[in-house]
Design a protein around this ligand. Structure first.
Ligand SMILES: [Zn+2]
Length: 151
């Protein structure tokens, strides 16, 4: 039985004690044990987002104005080419009890609706994206419109 069939590599003599053939086998065996690093998938480019105010109703008395907002996400990738996903929301300013500005955002095609608070680092949204990543297109999009004086 060859010494190389031993299942306990730590029992093997040091490579210097082996014949050239055995040494080659030893090194091949050990090279195979070395774990090749996982090939890193190239980072997928983040979608380019843009947001625009489509329309805005006039506020009635003390009620704040509602707005219609579109967020476009432009993704590029080898399989999809360039794809634009557009999301339209009606945006209703609501009262915030904790400072900052709050909005009820309703996606027009699905009716999904989220409460968004813009309050600097305390900003939040109820969508899955925000819960998972701590940021989302709703917070970022509305913040952009607010900073442009559009909301
Ligand atoms: Zn969100």
């Amino acid at each position: 039985m060859s010494i190389l069939s031993n299942h306990f590599p730590e029992c093997l003599p040091p490579p210097e004690a082996l014949s050239p053939q055995e040494r080659e086998a030893y090194e091949a065996a050990h090279a195979a044990v070395a774990v090749a690093p996982e090939p890193r998938r190239p980072a997928r480019p983040r979608p380019q987002r843009s947001v625009r105010l489509l329309s805005r109703s006039n506020g009635l008395y003390e009620l704040p104005a509602a707005a219609l907002v579109q967020i476009d996400m432009v993704s590029t990738g080898p399989r999809i080419g360039t794809r634009t996903d557009s999301f339209r929301y009606s945006v209703l300013p609501i009262r915030s009890d904790v400072g900052g500005r709050a909005f009820e955002v309703t996606r027009q095609d699905t009716g999904d609706n989220y409460h968004v608070l813009l309050h600097g680092r305390e900003s939040t949204c109820e969508c899955k994206g925000f819960l998972r990543h701590g940021h989302c297109k709703h917070v970022d999009g509305l913040q952009t419109l607010v900073s442009r004086g559009k909301l």
